[in-house]
Write a protein that binds this ligand. Structure first.
Ligand code: KIV
Length: 270
């Protein structure tokens, strides 16, 4: 007899990180895919503001509204039973004051998000503390931060060199101390991401950050090979060799958990 699957909780995610059990996270934007991902054993669903790119056809995530995030969060929550749900706070929803961030995060939380994600290091710490002290779990996002693609000068690997790595490590530690309970690291050299992961109590989910993280996340449309344009190097198309979308998502989960995706020499950065 197989044990009944329990819903993923924050203590369970922290325990997975502590025990080195890999966490499979995937972006999700609607109820049908939430149901499919749930059946496939995805641990964490991210309603990413990448929906601006893959659903709305925008150049960047900057134009995504809070209303769009609320709409898709409600849809995903309706289709999910077991996964932990993270919703992005969009650009311009947490930048001006911690009180405004609270009001926006609370709306996502009321519609079924278990955690909100916000981008950046240093300046966000006060907001992270404000939200977490009042009962809304927060996931940080460091490295390449898509909402600031213009300031960063394009899609560039972050945390390179001694200074870049030291700044990234400091920001990661500060986020944890401010109360963040998860961290996404995007486009960071594999060795730096591994060091950050090993130094934190909270799970670190990588995207283009190598195998040394506590888990992995990809944009759903990228891993299904249906995104428009050129795929980033860190993506693998799991539809290749799969007979169905269900099988592709299951293979993604299995490979993340087995530690066979990503392969640093193919998908990683130095
Ligand atoms: O919006 C998103 O999909 C994300 C992932 C790239 C981590 O933030």
């Amino acid at each position: 007899m197989t044990a009944e699957r329990k819903p993923i909780t924050l203590p369970r995610l922290l325990d997975m990180h502590a025990k080195g059990e890999k966490i499979a996270m995937l972006t999700c934007y609607d109820a049908t895919f939430a149901h499919l991902q749930d059946e496939a054993g995805v641990d964490v669903m991210l309603i990413g503001d990448s929906l601006g790119n893959v659903l709305h056809g925008a150049e960047s995530t900057v134009a995504v509204s809070l209303d769009s995030m609320l709409y898709h969060t409600r849809s995903v929550a309706r289709g999910n039973r077991h996964a932990w749900i993270v919703a992005d706070l969009p650009f311009d929803s947490y930048h001006v004051s911690k009180e405004e961030a609270w009001r926006n995060a609370a709306q996502l939380f009321k519609l079924g998000a278990h955690m909100v994600k916000l981008e950046g290091g240093g300046w966000v710490n006060e907001t992270v503390r404000f939200l977490t002290e009042r009962g809304i779990p927060v996931c940080g996002h460091l490295g390449f931060t898509p909402q600031t693609v213009v300031s960063l000068g394009g899609f560039k690997v972050q945390g390179r060199g001694d200074t870049g790595a030291a700044l990234l490590k400091r920001h990661a530690l500060e986020l944890q101390e401010a109360g963040a309970q998860m961290l996404v690291l995007e486009m960071v050299p594999s060795a730096v991401a591994k060091e950050v992961t090993e130094s934190l109590r909270i799970p670190v989910i990588g995207i283009g950050a190598g195998l040394g993280c506590s888990g992995q996340v990809l944009v759903l449309h990228d891993m299904l090979g249906i995104s428009h344009g050129r795929s980033p190097r860190f993506v693998r198309n799991f539809m290749e060799g799969s007979a169905s979308i269900q099988q592709a998502v299951r293979r993604y989960v299995d490979e993340v958990k087995a530690g066979t995706f990503p392969v640093d020499a193919i998908h990683g950065f130095q």
